[in-house]
Design a binder for this molecule. Structure first.
Ligand code: ADP
Ligand code: MG
Length: 222
């Protein structure tokens, strides 16, 4: 489903380098990424999602070489194929929670905003416990509620791959478990693998595999 091979990446003008010799994620696999702050976890998710472009190497997502796409193609591919829960939520405050959840449909010609999509948005919001807050704007929501909006937005398109960057970070323990249930349930419906950065060590047993990021630092043993 996802193959990353011989990947190298650096931010211009900084010493940080990421090197991934090989990483494969199978359909339906649930993999947690752990590792210290600044080790490149978010950078890897951004590379897989095509938000960043590698210096070298191959990133294959569902049969598409993401690095070989043009910027426009990559944006469309991301919106229609990948559900990404961003670490900083990346919500738009001029839009309501509902409009934020349905945002992928605004920006992607290949996605049609129909009744099914609207129903899915409502159902996901209800499952996350924000069903009664859909008309509010992000600034009128708590951090945890904003996080749930971001999770609903990542799931509403029934993505083929779910990337999650600290999606449970701002939630209480019960909510963490429930949100993870929802991520896994939606992933299973679409046969999608889940790649989730998390600092919640109590959640790790729920994943099939845990990837310690220390191994991907430049110079680390492969
Ligand atoms: P993590 O998610 O594991 O905390 P990141 O992938 O966010 O780590 O960052 C990895 C390293 O790259 C850090 O040293 C960070 O400061 C640096 N970095 C992140 N984003 C940028 C950027 N846009 N420009 C330059 N350096 C960056
Ligand atoms: Mg990060």
């Amino acid at each position: 489903m996802i193959t990353v091979e011989n990947l190298t990446f650096g931010y211009g003008g900084t010493g940080f380098r990421l090197r991934v010799p090989k990483f494969v994620l199978q359909d339906n696999e649930r993999v947690a990424i752990v590792g210290p702050s600044g080790s490149g976890k978010t950078t890897l998710l951004n590379l897989i999602a095509g938000i960043l472009t590698p210096e070298a190497g191959r990133i294959d997502v569902a049969g598409t070489d993401v690095a070989a796409l043009s910027d426009v193609e990559r944006r469309r591919f991301r919106a229609s194929t990948i559900g990404f829960v961003f670490q900083d939520f990346a919500l738009l405050d001029y839009l309501s929670a509902r409009q934020n959840i349905l945002y992928p449909y605004r920006i992607t010609p290949a996605l049609t905003l129909d009744t099914d999509a609207r129903d899915r948005a409502e159902a996901l919001a209800a499952a996350c416990g924000i069903g009664d807050k859909l008309d509010r704007h992000p600034s009128a929501l708590s951090q945890g509620e904003q996080q749930r909006v971001a999770i609903c937005r990542a799931l509403v398109t029934q993505p083929k791959l779910i990337l999650s960057d600290e999606a449970t970070g701002n939630l209480d323990p019960d909510s963490k478990a429930r949100i993870l249930d929802l991520l896994f349930e939606q992933a299973a419906l679409a046969g999608a693998p889940v790649l989730a950065v998390t600092h919640d060590h109590e959640l790790l047993p729920r994943f099939g595999r845990v990837l310690d990021f220390a191994q991907f630092r430049e110079g680390a043993e492969a």
